[in-house]
Design a protein around this ligand. Structure first.
Ligand SMILES: Nc1ncnc2c1ncn2[C@@H]1O[C@H](COP(=O)(O)OP(=O)(O)OP(=O)(O)O)[C@@H](O)[C@H]1O
Ligand SMILES: [Mg+2]
Length: 383
């Protein structure tokens, strides 16, 4: 009995042809870029997409890019991960590579490289939209480079041939930008809210119809995936559960995917023993985790804001004789802890204005975390 119709449609790189419950955001993006789609770009467009883990930021931007290329054959969408490509020069090299342009990457300054790219676009009458995923990496490593890249499309007369979509999990990212850069984004921010249970049920239904033979995935199993994923509002978790549950069913030679396969899948994604992971994380990640656990415990709150956490982290650093890192580094540590499943970061409404990031511990008592991490920090070496 075969389980999967197209297993690859559950792989992390796959971008589905539609994104249920992101239709409005997709059409908003298309509105921002309407002059690009029509092939008459008058001004550069800069859009910022913000949302927490698994809210569809990457998928939305890539799907937009694909549709843009389909509707205008002179337009190219280039997706770049700024956790890997953190500087202007490395991003420009990626653009050259994606365009297959005959431009020597060596020996040119970023400014010269940028100018060559713009010459090429003008000559070929092409347009590019650069998707800067995990934008924080670039903003933190090369803030001047961000400004230069954003202005790239504007230095020429007439048409603006380069635009940018920046993507971040960080609700406070606008505040981290220089005034000049922030101003360029301000008109075009798209917030992706976490998916609720009903939305995740629809997403699960759709992704199952693409990936599994019909009738293989039981209704109970689908329901359980939606339940588990809606605790986090995270579609990535849903997709990963579907794939792993399917693999368990396949390996057992089962005819259908049942809730028990889903439970096995869940147990394999975040094993309950997180203790081991604690030994892998850096000293500052431990200090941060200790600060979060203590603050959650003492405040009695379910979530603490990232600014409160930063204060608490500085106090803990002082206690353990370490120099506290700057906020941007602190944010990177927070992302890593989130990727490891040790903390959860969620975007919510702040008290005064705008949105803020809030932190919690997923399913681990803060008291246990305090004990474990303190012990590791006390036995560990100083920096
Ligand atoms: N509306 C949706 N419909 C169908 N699948 C979706 C939808 N939203 C997200 N997904 C799927 O969920 C997974 C996670 O989405 P995506 O990678 O876009 O999240 P993200 O917001 O970029 O998360 P991160 O901050 O961790 O990078 C992907 O496999 C994506 O295809
Ligand atoms: Mg992403």
């Amino acid at each position: 009995m075969r389980i999967f119709k197209s297993e690859e449609k559950l792989s992390p790189e796959y971008v589905p042809p539609r994104l249920p419950h992101r239709e409005r955001e997709l059409s908003l993006l298309e509105t921002f870029f309407s002059s690009y789609i029509a092939g008459r770009p008058a001004v550069s467009v800069r859009v910022l997409i913000v949302g927490s883990v698994g809210t569809g930021k990457t998928a939305l931007s890539k799907l937009f890019g694909r549709r843009l290329e389909e509707s205008n054959n002179m337009a190219r969408y280039i997706h770049i991960n700024c956790r890997i490509h953190t500087t202007l020069s490395s991003i420009l090299k990626k653009i050259v590579e994606a365009l297959g342009a005959p431009i020597p990457a060596r020996g040119l300054s970023p400014e010269e490289l940028g100018a060559r790219i713009m010459d090429l676009l003008e000559r070929k009458r092409m347009l590019i939209v650069v998707g800067l995923d995990e934008f924080d990496g670039f903003l933190h490593a090369d803030p001047r480079g961000v400004y230069t890249l954003m202005r790239l499309g504007e230095e020429r007369t007439r048409e603006a041939r380069a635009s940018v979509i920046a993507i971040s999990r960080n609700a406070e990212i606008l505040e981290e930008m220089d005034e000049s850069v922030r101003g360029m984004f301000q008109a075009g921010v798209i917030y992706l809210e976490e998916y609720d249970h009903r939305q995740l049920s629809d997403i699960v239904e759709f992704r199952c119809s693409e990936a599994f033979h019909s009738g293989v995935m039981t209704e109970e199993a689908k329901g359980l995936v939606a339940d588990m994923a809606s605790e986090r509002g995270d579609a990535r978790y849903a997709v990963e559960l579907l794939w792993r549950a399917g693999k368990y069913a396949e390996n057992e030679g089962a005819a259908r995917v049942t809730p028990e396969h889903v439970r096995k899948a869940a147990a394999s994604i975040y094993p309950s023993i997180k203790r081991e992971m604690l030994t892998y994380i850096s000293r500052h990640e431990k200090l941060l985790l200790l600060a979060a656990s203590r603050l959650l415990l003492s405040s009695g709150k379910s979530y603490i804001s990232s600014t409160e956490l930063y204060q608490a982290y500085r106090v803990v650093c002082e206690e353990f004789g370490s120099a506290a890192k700057a906020y941007t580094r602190f944010w990177e540590h927070m992302q890593r802890l989130e990727d490891l499943g040790l903390i959860r970061v969620k975007i919510g409404k702040g008290e005064s204005r705008g949105r803020k990031s809030f932190v919690t511990l997923p399913g681990i008592p803060a008291s246990i975390m305090v004990r474990e991490v303190s012990a590791l920090l006390e036995s560990g070496e100083k920096e």
